[in-house]
Design a binder for this molecule. Structure first.
Ligand SMILES: *Cc1c(COP(=O)(O)O)cnc(C)c1O
Length: 217
């Protein structure tokens, strides 16, 4: 698949859902992809990218930023408290605010630096032990806590369990967001972004469908 194929499918899914054109942002997830491949997508004019590791992003994006303007970088993977400062430097949006301690650290550094990336709070909709995020029953409290810290909370993020129907998880995330007056929904990946768009996704995170399979070796 190419970037153009994915945008065409996005546009069709947005229309089919009766949503307005352009209301979904495509985050091209470039983690582990070779620089040459990422650069092809930059040359096609795309500017919104996602990375799941601060360290990897730090090695890759400052260089691209010297050549390409307007790069909008999203952190979609776990953030350790000691990397928050570096994340503020690199990312315009953080999708993985997954625990109160991290929210407190972000608030402190935000006070210190006078700016803060946009934030999505991660909800562990499948209640999986190995997955980050607050449990659905703790989400309202966590949202309130982040708001009381004056954090710029834009929405919620989830990664459904691999072996379950993703649309149930997307619907649950949308319900929690709606009852908390949050507009942003970061959900949907290569295999399920159309279903996520049908459920109201505002940000889809698509890697392998754009770049090809990842090589972790
Ligand atoms: C890697 C990753 C994606 C992209 O996954 P694909 O299946 O390659 O589209 C999306 N979201 C998160 C959090 C990821 O880590």
């Amino acid at each position: 698949m190419s970037l153009a194929d994915i945008t065409a499918r996005m546009t069709a899914a947005t229309k089919a859902a009766g949503r307005s054109p352009g209301c979904v942002t495509l985050i091209a997830v470039s983690k582990t992809q070779p620089d040459a491949r990422v650069e092809e997508v930059l040359r096609e004019g795309h500017r919104v990218f996602g990375e799941n590791r601060v360290q990897e992003a730090a090695g890759k994006w400052p260089g691209f930023r010297e050549t390409y303007s307007g790069i909008d970088l999203h952190l979609i993977g776990p953030l350790q408290s000691n990397k928050v400062r570096q994340a503020f430097d690199l990312f315009q949006t953080i999708h993985s605010v997954d625990r109160p301690k991290l929210a407190t650290t972000i608030a402190r550094i935000s006070d210190e630096l006078g700016h803060c990336p946009d934030l999505f709070l991660q909800v562990n909709t499948g209640e999986e032990d190995q997955k980050a995020g607050v449990l659905p029953r703790d989400a309202d409290g966590f949202i309130a806590e982040c708001r009381s810290l004056s954090l710029p909370v834009k929405g919620l993020m989830c990664i459904p369990p691999v072996d379950e129907e993703p649309s149930l998880h997307f619907a649950l995330l949308a319900k929690i967001a709606a009852r908390n007056d949050l507009d942003g929904l970061s959900m949907g990946m290569s295999g399920d972004f159309e279903s996520a768009i049908a459920q109201g996704a505002t940000h889809i995170r698509v890697g392998s469908a754009i770049f090809g399979e990842r090589d972790y070796s």
